[in-house]
Design a protein around this ligand. Structure first.
Ligand code: HEC
Length: 143
């Protein structure tokens, strides 16, 4: 029986084990939703109710024949047709009539010449006009 002398060198390899989990911690902070869509019921109608209904209610028609009582009557438009083009606020009367140079007639909400001359006219704020414009740009939905 031959005794083989073989030296077996066992190399103990210590493999470095990476125990550090370098997981990227993703902060799931909800980004502020400035992209929230504008609601007809909650955002647009309250403006109309406060600033327009005094003159644009169905039982209180002015010569524009535009009733702003609710979504359906608004959608029907007035003497000059529909007051909005869904998706295009810049082409919509509902926005154009609120600006300094309306396409016809008076700037809305209508103020007396006396008030305008005295610098006491009450117009919608930039913010309110933007809200209505955004709602139209988002499709003018009954939301
Ligand atoms: C003090 C009364 C008064 C108020 C308040 C008022 N309107 Fe008017 N509106 C009128 C009169 C009168 C006309 C017709 C003459 C004109 O077009 O300038 C008119 C016309 C319009 C027209 C044109 C409709 C068409 O088919 O000819 C639009 C659009 C309109 N108003 C939107 C508004 C909006 C939006 C508001 C509120 C922000 C508003 N109005 C507030 C009196 C008013």
């Amino acid at each position: 029986m031959r005794l083989q002398l073989s030296m077996i060198v066992a190399l103990l390899c210590l493999l470095p084990v990476d125990t550090s989990f370098s997981q990227d911690e993703q902060s799931k902070k909800p980004s502020k939703k400035s992209a929230d869509s504008v609601s007809f019921k909650n955002d647009v109608f309250p403006i109309v109710e406060k600033s327009c209904l005094p003159c644009h209610a169905a039982d209180n028609f002015n010569k524009s024949e535009l009733s702003l009582d609710d979504y359906e009557t608004m959608k029907a438009g007035g003497e000059n047709g529909p007051v909005w083009v869904a998706g295009k606020s810049t082409e919509s009367l509902l926005v154009r009539k609120l600006k300094e140079t309306p396409p016809f007639g008076e700037r809305m909400p209508m103020n007396s010449k006396k008030k305008i001359a005295a610098g006491k006219a009450k117009w919608l704020t930039e913010e309110e006009i933007k809200t209505i414009a955004r709602w139209i740009d988002e499709g003018a939905k009954n939301n």
